[in-house]
Design a protein around this ligand. Structure first.
Ligand SMILES: *Cc1c(COP(=O)(O)O)cnc(C)c1O
Length: 449
């Protein structure tokens, strides 16, 4: 079967995510026949470096043998069972281990990131309501934030391309300036920007705290904003302000958790604990859908009562799926056994060396890096830059998806020197080619996470 065969069937039968399907009249869909390590292979034998970790979910490469083996053995005993009134070993063990690692217990499970955001928002509101403060029912999020695309999550997401159409369905929440390092005025440090953004937040809290349940943010890196990076100082300030003004802090580590920022969880770098920690994406190493919201004893206790309605009556059919939990436990084993965090620090230094020439290339701005995420902006992108760059890079065997004028790399942690070199060289050559053809592009850039 050829690529053409599968792409035609896919176009006819599958409604692809985050896509204007008409665009695929001309832009091919790439059917993946198999994936191994960092490579995706199509039906004609072309190989692509998965430099976006398959939408940020893959951690150790495709087909990681230990996760495969753990899933196979889990399949022999239990694939899934109802989690209301029943429990099982994988969900208990995973909850215990996540609690040890984060200092937050009481793990509540769902299947995707947006649902984790919804759960944290509902829990936060319900907590205040149980305390007799139902007026605390709005949320603060950051400029350019992304927290998922169900109606509640979209109401704290600031990506107009995704949210504007649905405005009538969305609750009006509050937005505060982002501490994005790129907003530094001449002479300002990242920490100055963080303090300035925190001062704006304090102004909003001083006026509106009585109607605010929580502030929700992506710690250290705002992914869908185009890998906007910011100082841990901001997190420390938000923690302080959240305590002072009695609002919750929801840390959405759906994208940045599990080592992406150089520590297991991004909040560690500010030495803070959120009131709610949302995890998903890398949690199963990219094998199965799973998300989790962890919270404090205090919040849990506010729901613990003889009154049923004071409990958190929320559920998803696949809550605590045994296979997904087993995969997640294996992910935690791998972090421990392979000393992934320490190894990644070496890998990151090496990849930064390969990418260093790009940093000084004319026309490139804001080259930045946090942990296992790299990004840079094109100063004067032609119309259609994102799509054109994506296509050029495919030609060099690399899958990257620019966000607006930002090119980023978020590779699986198994990336090796040869692949780093290939990505760096392909980027350089693709930029060369696009500069040669400047002005001859048409259409719009793709603005996709
Ligand atoms: C991807 C993402 C989500 C949404 O997760 P889904 O599984 O796609 O619903 C939420 N928050 C952040 C920061 C994300 O990157």
């Amino acid at each position: 079967m050829s690529n053409q065969h599968w792409l035609e069937r896919s176009r006819a039968a599958v409604w692809h995510p985050c896509t204007q399907m008409k665009r695929h009249e001309t832009l091919p869909i790439i059917p993946v026949r198999e994936a191994k390590g960092i490579w995706l292979t199509d039906f004609e034998g072309n190989r692509y470096i998965d430099a976006v970790s398959s939408w940020w979910v893959n951690l150790f490469g495709h087909g990681e043998p230990r996760i495969k083996a753990a899933l196979a053995s889990q399949l022999d005993t239990l694939e899934h069972a109802i989690l209301a009134g029943f429990t099982h070993a994988p969900v208990v063990e995973l909850s215990e281990r996540l609690s040890e690692l984060t200092g937050l217990g009481h793990a509540f499970y769902a299947s995707d990131g947006a649902s984790a955001t919804e759960i944290a928002m509902k829990m936060s509101f319900h907590y205040w309501s149980n305390l007799g403060k139902p007026a605390k029912n709005r949320f603060i999020s950051l400029e350019n934030s992304y927290h998922g695309e169900t109606a509640g999550a979209l109401s704290v997401t600031d990506v107009p391309l995704f949210s504007a159409t649905y405005e009538p369905l969305l609750r009006q929440n509050l937005r505060v300036p982002t501490p994005d390092n790129r907003n530094a005025a001449p002479g300002e440090t990242a920490e100055d920007v963080a303090l300035r953004a925190a001062a704006s937040l304090e102004n909003v809290l001083a006026k509106h705290a009585d109607s605010i349940a929580a502030i929700v943010l992506e710690p250290l890196v705002q992914g869908a904003a185009g890998m906007a990076m910011y100082s841990p100082r901001y997190l420390a300030e938000v923690r302080r302000l959240a305590d002072r003004y009695q609002v919750h802090l929801i840390a959405d580590e759906i994208a940045v958790g599990f080592g992406r920022t150089g520590t297991l969880f991004a909040c560690e770098q500010a030495g803070i604990k959120a009131d709610f920690l949302c995890l998903s994406k890398g949690i199963t190493g990219g094998f199965l859908p799973l998300s989790c919201v962890l919270t404090t004893d205090d919040i849990y206790a506010a729901f613990y009562d003889d009154d049923v309605a004071r409990g958190f009556l929320h559920s998803h059919s696949y809550t605590g799926n045994a296979l997904a939990c087993r995969a997640a436990l294996t992910v935690l084993d791998i972090f421990r056994d392979d000393e992934v965090i320490a190894r990644n620090a070496e890998r990151a230094a090496e990849f930064s060396r390969y990418l260093a020439p790009l940093q000084d290339r004319p026309g490139i701005r804001h080259f930045r890096h946090t942990g296992m995420i790299w990004a840079f902006d094109i100063e004067h992108p032609q119309a259609g830059f994102g799509l054109a760059f994506f296509q050029k890079m495919l030609g060099y065997g690399c899958l990257v998806r620019p966000i607006g004028n930002t090119v980023y790399f978020m590779p699986p942690y198994c990336i090796e020197a040869a692949q780093m070199e290939q990505l760096a060289e392909a980027s350089w050559k693709s930029l060369d080619a696009l500069e040669r053809h400047a002005g001859s592009l048409s259409g719009q850039g793709i603005a996709l996470p």
